[in-house]
Design a protein around this ligand. Sequence first.
Ligand SMILES: [Zn+2]
Length: 107
Amino acid sequence: MTETTQSATENYDMACEHGEFHTDVSVIRLGGQPGQMPNRYLAEVRVRCAQCDKPFRFRGLPMGLGLDGAAVSGDGQEVRLAIAPVDEVIEPCDVRGFTVKGPDDEC
Ligand SMILES: [Zn+2]
């Protein structure tokens, strides 16, 4: 996927009231051998203002990749949500995610 992102210093419409939004959602399949079902699915979601194109950041989530939860990218603009088909029995996965904690985060 190729995407152009604007940095925080670029000139967005500062008067924009951010009243309409554009969302991008991608679903990623993880694990599994060729011809087999994947072990996990992740939904990657981005949100930006449809009027001024300013990207939004997700708040309150750990940075990284969580295979059984939610985490955000380093810039906070992409949330990665663990998902599964509604009828799937969720088994432990051999691959584990990771999180990054800052020096002020409690353990
Ligand atoms: Zn806007």
